[in-house]
Ligand binder design. Structure first.
Ligand code: ATP
Length: 858
């Protein structure tokens, strides 16, 4: 018999559990037996396969083939050393890919969710991995279902099962036993399945399957998704292809002209292929992945968890940050500062045993979801917490508990951000007490008396202008429970109003200022009253005179065109329903903006998905919003978004820097080899020299460039247009002219050294590889001169430059290497000349910075 056909009692028996859940001991035992509640990853590529993958590259295969053939017909040492270099290249590529993969894995681990379970009668929050069959799991709107559950108790429960069944409409669930045999999961209405999303209501269920035994576990293989490539990676891939064909073309010409000049086939072939291997920027994709994933790891340390890798690179392009107010800009530490009671004499007049408290007090003590935790402290949502604390301070904890016992809750209509109110129903003798609290407009529209509504509106405006969050309390007594919700929440009497403050976070003002200098506009979107919202927005610097405050209602009334005309001027949206956020995102995007949107609730998911950077709250956010987001704020703090944007800009800058570095060096190799014959010079370098230089440039220095710190002006310049080419802003020119300069310097060295009768080839080899080192030091900043930036401010880079420098000297001076690399020890004059020439490039790039500064100041 399937679980859905069994009654809860049968299931309790089967899993040795009951209404108070498992005991900790039994849960522990079951965890040993069933293992953690997780889906196993698809079998990963074994490490050796990752290594072998490095040789897949077509050009590398050709190079190896050419080396072997030329070894057979000629010099075997050359062959061996080429093979060694190919191997080193593969090791380097492998280490890079391996690191990238590890960084991605550790990121995944951080996104584990928590679940609420009942064990030994107590409600606990545990890691979803620890859920075992038999656990009593509590579901709430916004949760992701952590295991397959047989529901035993549901309250307006709706579940979105699209991840499992493809059905996009949320399904109503209820606990009744279903008789029909062989129902598909989609029809098992008393079951909730792992990985699906609770969009509404509450429920309790018994875990009947965990981990790979769940429905989704059975099809988990189908769900393994490859990490999609980021836009930058895709662009680089396309660019890489074009440039590869170009380089292959050049190498083919080199080969053909070599043959026509009557040179031997194999040496020319080897030279052309080596050049192709060296010049094709095959290391770039891996380097980009590493930068992005290491960047993501760094961001995690700064409390911003990246869920989708493309977010890292898009962060730097953000032009609008739309943020929630409560908890993100403010501390989410509410406290009651004003209260106004509306006396209701005679409210209890027809009640036989009239309560000893006023209706306002009862409403404060009963209309909330606060419970007392293990330590005896009240726990729950911050607004309600403040109200309960206020009641306890004014009265006492005993009165609070007494009221709770005396007036149990019969029914409730929960709070949600669209209704903006919450109603509870309590038996009162033969009758019922209906209590309601909510935003002032949400209460005002259901009051019986016009006077009440007017006083409420006036008082709430006063409170709100001082930046206070206003809550109104109302209720009525009925003899019979009305059938419809609209009858229930109508004709209420006003009991009182309360004003709460929630101070702004200390660091937020500076962060907003930072955004403004960085060309990023900050917009507040809140469910709160427009006056409250505006007052707080002004405090933190979001709202300035001249800016527009728009309410949800006004937004609905505007035509798309009218909204589009003013969307860039609005800095505060108040009383907005979460669904409207999508409208705001779209309007901004249509204006060409790159939007970051925050959210925490179930209804925020569509706008988070549609925005360019959807940001979910780590502490207060629902699983649903986290699923939809690109990034999760572990501390719910606005300033973390700004730090992430800064980090995103830095990462992008550094990617551009190593692209600039590698492409310039590759260009220089091509120019040198192809131009030499035109200048009447012999072929300047041997294939192994070219491969060596490639190894050196693609290796450590490039990797260390990815760790470069952010430039001083990083938050003083406007956001980078997302579609802007990587080669704009002078990057393309740099690659071209510095490449030509490097080749020029090298060829001049060749020409001069031949005239002087020096060891010209070793000198050419040295100049070209040393120029790369000078270049990497200069390219560290786009604008700041190295001596200002600090010679030692990127130690890994400095160390890699020193290391490479020593290696190069060893290649020149150690007899063992002399033989392998066909080099000769240079005398002091030769070495001095070579180093001097190599320094030209460094100085020229430094000069470029000065020229750029002068030009941009004009
Ligand atoms: P933000 O979007 O910045 O988080 P918010 O928290 O004010 O704003 P909501 O949570 O949607 O937005 O609340 C909207 C309004 O509903 C609040 O201004 C308040 O008046 C009212 N409200 C908030 N919490 C409750 C609650 N638990 N019960 C009844 N009314 C509430």
């Amino acid at each position: 018999m399937s679980f859905y056909q069994s009654s809860p009692e049968t299931i309790f028996k089967e899993f040795q559990t009951g209404k108070t859940g498992l005991t900790e001991d039994l849960a522990e035992k079951k965890l040993q037996e069933y293992g953690p509640n997780q889906l196993q990853e698809k079998k990963k590529k074994p490490t050796w396969l990752l290594f072998l993958g490095q040789f897949k590259d077509f050009m590398i295969l050709i190079l190896a083939a050419a080396a072997i053939i030329s070894g057979i017909v000629g010099d075997l040492t050359d062959t061996i050393i080429i093979l060694v270099i190919i191997l080193l290249n593969a090791v380097l590529g492998f280490v890079q890919e391996y690191r990238a993969e590890k960084a991605m894995e550790s990121l995944k681990k951080l996104t584990e969710t928590q679940s609420k379970v009942i064990r030994s009668g107590k409600t606990l929050s545990i890691s979803s991995l620890e859920i075992v069959p038999g656990d009593l799991v509590i579901l709430e709107a916004g949760n992701m279902v952590p295991a397959d559950l047989r529901l035993i108790d549901t309250f307006s429960l709706k579940i979105d099962e699209s991840s499992l069944t493809g059905e996009s409409v949320a399904i109503d669930k209820s606990p009744e036993v279903l008789e029909s045999p062989s129902l598909s999961p989609g029809d098992q209405l008393n079951m909730a399945f792992k990985g699906t999303l609770v969009t509404n209501g509450r429920a309790t269920g018994i875990a009947v399957a965990t981990g790979m035994d769940t429905q989704i576990g059975k099809i988990a293989d189908l769900l393994q998704e490859e990490t999609p490539k980021t836009p930058l990676q895709q662009r680089m891939q396309r660019f890489g292809k074009v440039i590869s064909y170009l380089i292959l073309g050049i190498c083919a010409v080199l080969f053909i002209t070599g043959i026509l000049r009557g040179e031997e086939i194999f040496p020319v072939l080897l030279l052309s292929v080596s050049l192709a291997v060296a010049a094709i920027p095959e290391a770039l994709p891996a380097l980009i992945t590493i930068s992005l994933s290491l960047g993501a790891a760094r961001l995690a340390k700064k409390h911003a968890l990246i869920r989708k890798l493309p977010a890292v690179e898009s962060l730097g392009s953000v032009t609008f940050i739309c943020t929630d107010k409560t908890g993100t800009l403010t501390q989410n530490k509410m406290s009651v500062v004003t209260s106004q009671k509306f006396e209701k004499e005679g409210f209890w007049k027809n009640i036989a045993e009239a309560p000893a408290f006023s209706p306002f007090e009862l409403c404060l003590a009963l209309n909330h979801d606060i419970h007392f935790g293990e330590e005896g402290n009240p726990e729950g949502e911050s607004t309600e917490l403040a109200l309960v604390e206020f009641f306890i301070k004014e009265k006492s904890k005993e009165s609070f508990q007494k009221i709770q016992e005396q007036f149990p809750r019969e029914e409730e209509i929960p709070f949600d951000s669209s209704r903006k109110r919450m109603t509870t129903i309590h038996p009162l003798g033969e009758k019922f007490l209906i209590l309601c609290k909510g935003a002032s407009e949400a209460i005002s529209e259901i009051l019986e008396k016009k006077d009440d509504a007017q006083s409420l509106e006036k008082a709430s405006k006063d409170f709100a202008q001082k930046g206070q969050r206003v809550l109104a309390f109302a209720g009525k007594i009925v003899s019979k429970l009305p059938e419809s919700l609209s009858d229930l929440e109508s004709k209420l009497e006003l009991f009182g109003i309360i004003g709460l403050i929630d101070p702004a976070r200390d660091e937020v003002k500076d962060s907003i200022q930072e955004c403004q200098t960085a060309g990023i506009k900050v917009v507040m979107i809140t469910g709160d009253h427009p006056e409250t919202a505006k007052a707080i927005a002004e405090q933190v610097g979001i709202w300035k005179p001249g800016d527009v405050v728009l309410t949800g209602k006004e937004l609905t009334a505007l035509s798309d065109l009218d909204f589009s005309n003013q969307v860039e001027k609005v800095t505060v949206y108040a009383r907005v329903a979460p669904e409207q956020k999508l409208h705001i995102v779209k309007a901004l995007q249509q204006k060409g903006h790159f939007v970051s949107m925050t959210g925490d609730g179930v209804n925020d998911a569509p706008s988070l998905k549609a925005s360019n950077i959807g940001v979910a709250m780590g502490i207060s956010g629902t699983d649903v919003s986290k699923e939809a987001a690109h990034m999760i704020l572990l501390d719910d703090n606005f300033s973390t978004i700004v730090n992430a944007v800064k980090e995103g800009r830095r990462i992008f800058d550094n990617i551009v820097k190593f692209i600039k570095y590698i492409m310039t060096c590759n260009g220089a190799e091509i120019w040198t080899i192809t131009l030499a014959p035109f200048l009447g010079l012999p072929i300047p370098l041997l294939p192994i020299h070219i491969l060596w230089i490639n190894l050196v440039t693609d290796g450590l220095p490039a990797l260390a460039l990815a760790g470069e710190r952010s430039e001083k002006d990083i938050m003083k310049r406007p956001p980078r247009p997302p579609k802007q080419s990587l080669f704009s802003d002078g990057v393309g020119y740099h690659i071209l002219w510095v490449g030509v300069l490097m080749a020029g310097v090298t060829l001049f060295t060749q020409f001069w050294a031949i005239r002087q009768g020096w060891h010209w080839q070793t000198m050419v080899f040295t100049v070209l590889s040393m120029s790369q080192l000078g270049h990497v030091m200069a390219v560290r900043s786009n604008r700041t001169l190295l001596f200002r930036q600090g010679f030692f401010s990127n130690k890994p880079l400095l160390l890699s430059v020193i290391f490479t420098f020593i290696l190069q000297l060893s290649v020149v001076y150690l007899p063992f290497f002399n033989e392998i690399f066909h080099t000769q020890a240079l005398n002091l004059k030769e070495l001095g000349f070579a180093l001097g020439m190599a320094l030209v490039v460094f100085h020229a790039v430094e000069l470029e910075k000065i020229v750029r500064k002068l030009v941009s100041h004009k």
